[in-house]
Ligand binder design. Structure first.
Ligand code: NGF
Length: 288
């Protein structure tokens, strides 16, 4: 399960319906052009929190059908509705996904016992292994070393997608849990995380920058830090431009320039203005 996973985008049409062909094209682009090791399906980048349970299932099915066994697949099933999360965990297990992942429960101020119960409930009755999805900036949920340790006591919890700029905690986690899988979640910090010996990374910008990301990771693993730093610099120039123009919308438009029908974002996300569309195309021309 180690390596680089694209946090997969989903293609939606103007009405917000799933564009199956577009989604299949995004999958193929990631596997055949970017050559990533796996796909992280229905995460933030997949606009997961904006779609219905049926749409989530449809996306899981289409992606598995398109991928087959070509790359590893992780399914983000986390939800404020634990019943939905459990249902999706069972659904993707039946489809043959390699692992599930679940975002920490958010919005309400859940205490740690509640968070632990959430994970154990999702895992009841399914054999699939789980990666915790920790993203404090969006969920407001920060966990410390001991709390991660308590979650890891459940042997089905095999790792964490660590999307935080806390390198002290990352180093402590790596040291304390050498057998757990740690994935870096911020693409702009991939080199720094790789130096701390993470097992892989999961990122939105890999949809268009997967090759560079893989180079950074591979070079860092073999100690070629100066070369990795050069590529992280170009990557961060690209990420800065993407973030300034609108993250998911810009990545979608960049994919469109490559003949991949990535489509539109779902409301309440807004579409790019004409000016920003042109900017997205010029970013693609510069970096792809
Ligand atoms: O999009 C976000 C929100 N984070 C992603 C990634 O951690 C999300 C990250 O790649 C993800 O994996 C998912 O879809 O669930 C950033 O977009 C990137 O580093 C640019 O900041 O923070």
């Amino acid at each position: 399960m180690k390596g680089l996973y694209t946090a997969l985008m989903c293609s939606f049409d103007e009405q917000g319906n799933i564009n199956e062909q577009g989604l299949r094209e995004i999958v193929r682009y990631n596997i055949e052009v970017s050559e990533v090791d796996g796909l992280y399906v229905n995460g933030s980048t997949g606009e997961n929190f904006l779609i219905s349970t049926e749409q989530k299932k449809q996306i899981f099915e289409i992606v598995k059908d398109e991928v087959g066994d070509r790359v590893k697949l992780m399914a983000q099933v986390g939800s404020l509705n634990v019943d939905e999360a459990s249902e999706l965990a069972q659904f993707v297990t039946d489809l043959g996904y390699d692992a599930i992942s679940a975002v920490t429960p958010f919005y309400y101020k859940f205490d740690f016992e509640e968070i632990k119960d959430y994970y154990n409930t999702i895992l009841e009755g399914v054999d699939t292994k789980l990666i915790i999805y920790s993203i404090p900036a969006l969920t407001g949920v920060s966990m410390n070393l001991e709390q991660f340790g308590e979650l890891f006591e459940n042997e089905k919890i095999i790792g964490v997608k660590f999307t935080a700029p806390d390198f002290y905690l990352l180093e402590r986690l790596r040291h304390a849990y050498p057998d757990k899988l740690i994935y870096s979640g911020f693409d702009e910090m991939l080199l720094s995380a790789s130096v701390l010996n993470v097992d892989g990374a999961i990122g939105s910008t890999f949809n268009v920058n997967g090759k560079r990301a893989k180079q950074i990771f591979t070079l860092a693993q073999s100690g070629r830090i100066d070369e990795a730093r050069e590529i992280q610099k170009v990557t961060n120039d690209l990420i800065s431009e993407i973030l300034e123009n609108g993250l998911y919308q810009t990545i979608k438009e960049m994919l469109e320039t490559q003949g991949v029908h990535a489509g539109y974002v779902r409301k309440p996300m807004k579409r790019l203005s004409e000016e920003k569309l042109l900017k997205a195309r010029s970013i693609a021309e510069k970096y792809l």
